[in-house]
Design a protein around this ligand. Structure first.
Ligand code: GRF
Length: 202
């Protein structure tokens, strides 16, 4: 059901610095943007991203994996929590855990991720390093739906980034992130928009 607020409610899951989170929050500050960040959740107590959320008066919650016996127990708890928050979309922004089927099945086609490579090339944790060492002339970033695999879900949008002579992992990753800050808010906007239209028709 659509609430009185005609915007999609986002949960953003983070583990680190949260520069993508910041870009998303900035985009939502435009009154025409079709979504807002309702909650930010981290598996890392000290994640800078949690502080950034708090600075914007967004509920920021640390959910400690150590309190759960298994990945599934943690993910089940996370899914129940997000259902209680009544989120429309789950946005992974540097969340460093692979989500188990229990979580993915709780939000079918409602979980988005951003990956620092042109998927299906270089899935996994070392995407920037692998692209740099590949001899490829370019890499990029990908927004995709999350399925039960690692970075295997349907692709929503991509941007290319040139690999320059003398690039290090840091310099290349920084240029990829610059593109992520535009690509991710735009993709979230597009998906939120379609979701709201679907809800209005339902
Ligand atoms: C980004 O490069 C994103 O592609 C990857 O994790 C990084 C998150 O960075 N999934 P930040 O925390 O948003 O700065």
């Amino acid at each position: 059901m659509l609430s009185t607020n005609p915007k999609a409610k986002l949960a953003v899951l983070v583990s680190g610095t949260g520069s993508n989170l910041e870009a998303i929050i900035k985009a939502t500050q435009n009154s025409k943007y079709p979504a807002y960040v309702g909650v930010v959740i981290s598996d890392q107590k000290e994640a800078l991203a949690l502080k950034k959320a708090t600075a914007h008066q967004i509920p920021a919650v640390f959910v400690n994996p150590k309190l759960y016996d298994s990945r599934e127990a943690y993910d089940q708890m996370l899914a129940s929590m997000l259902k209680e928050y009544k989120v429309d979309l789950v946005i992974l922004a540097g969340f460093m855990r692979v989500l188990s089927p229990i979580f993915v099945q709780a939000f079918p086609k409602k979980i988005l991720n951003i990956h620092p490579a042109l998927l299906p090339k270089y899935p996994g944790l070392h995407a920037v390093k692998e692209a740099l060492e590949s001899g490829d002339s370019h890499t990029g970033c990908t927004v995709h739906f999350v399925d039960e695999g690692v970075d295997t879900g349907p692709i929503i949008a991509q941007t290319q980034v040139s690999i320059k002579k003398g690039d290090t992992q840091d310099s290349l990753h920084a240029r990829i992130k610059e593109q992520e800050y535009t690509l991710y808010p735009k993709a979230i906007s597009d998906i939120s928009h379609s979701l709201l239209i679907q809800k209005l028709k339902a």
